[in-house]
Design a protein around this ligand. Structure first.
Ligand code: C5P
Length: 238
């Protein structure tokens, strides 16, 4: 399952036109980035956008974060299966039965896409988790607990902050994937993210994939920003 480190670019754009304008810029890059389609683009363009971007040769993380009763999530995953995404996700907060149902919904094809669980959003701070969501304990403990639930349900990994990646690998195994948003170059505006690190630090902490949105999409030179992420995170290995 583990296929080495990679940088995933979050295509948080409102429509296909803006997305393809952005992707065109990568014509001069030596590699087609692994990209993430989230709810903004998927809800505006529908499932066809996944097929269209896939046709251009990109690997796709379809970030729809399913969270519902097990039977509904199973059906949802069954519908998403045919789109050809390489990675899909759901919220670990939906529980172990829901995660098992998702695995069932995705099974049956030749290869199952990577399925990962969101533990605690990287926009959630310790203070918010304890006082607003009334979840007690440290973020690290809760994230690790959700990661263990995800592993026991048969998932391939979790979405977490790079700050939690090391602990998850030591407890859930090196093969259990950590996909980590909350990436900022030092000195960048953190925006709505709370638990952030830079690509180099994420690499040192053992993240398998970093997910980078605004530091690339809003950069003056997005290709240079992407290539800097690859250099710092993959260490020239790719
Ligand atoms: O622009 P920025 O780098 O903050 O974008 C991060 C991306 O990762 C967004 O598309 C966001 O939806 C996603 N994400 C996240 N935290 C999670 C799961 C996904 O920031 N726990």
């Amino acid at each position: 399952m583990y296929s080495g480190k990679d940088v995933i670019v979050a295509l948080d754009f409102p429509n296909a036109e803006k997305t393809f304008d952005f992707l065109k810029k990568f014509g001069r890059s030596s590699r087609k980035p692994f990209v993430k389609i989230g709810m903004e683009l998927f809800y505006s363009e529908g499932p066809e956008i996944v097929r269209k971007i896939k046709e251009q040769g990109h690997k796709i993380f379809l970030d729809l974060k399913l969270h519902d009763i097990p039977n509904t999530v199973k059906g949802g995953m069954k519908s998403l299966r045919s789109l050809g995404a390489d990675m899909l996700n759901l919220h670990a907060a939906g529980g172990i039965d829901m995660m098992k149902a998702a695995v069932e919904g995705l099974s049956g094809g030749e290869t199952r896409p990577i399925l990962i669980a969101v533990t605690q959003l990287t926009s959630i701070s310790q203070e918010k988790m304890n006082n607003e969501l009334l979840i007690s304990g440290s973020v690290g403990e809760v994230v690790l607990h959700y990661a263990k639930n995800a592993k026991s349900a048969g998932l391939d990994g979790v979405v977490c902050s790079p700050l939690e990646a090391q602990k998850i690998h030591s407890e859930a195994g090196r093969e259990f994937l950590t996909v980590t948003p909350g990436i900022r170059f030092s000195g960048d505006d953190t925006g709505d993210q709370a638990r952030v690190t830079d690509p180099l630090k994420a690499r040192e902490l053992g993240s398998d994939y970093i997910v980078v949105g605004r530091p690339v999409t809003k950069a003056e030179d997005p290709i240079a920003a992407y290539e800097r992420c690859v250099r710092e995170f993959c260490g020239g290995a790719k």
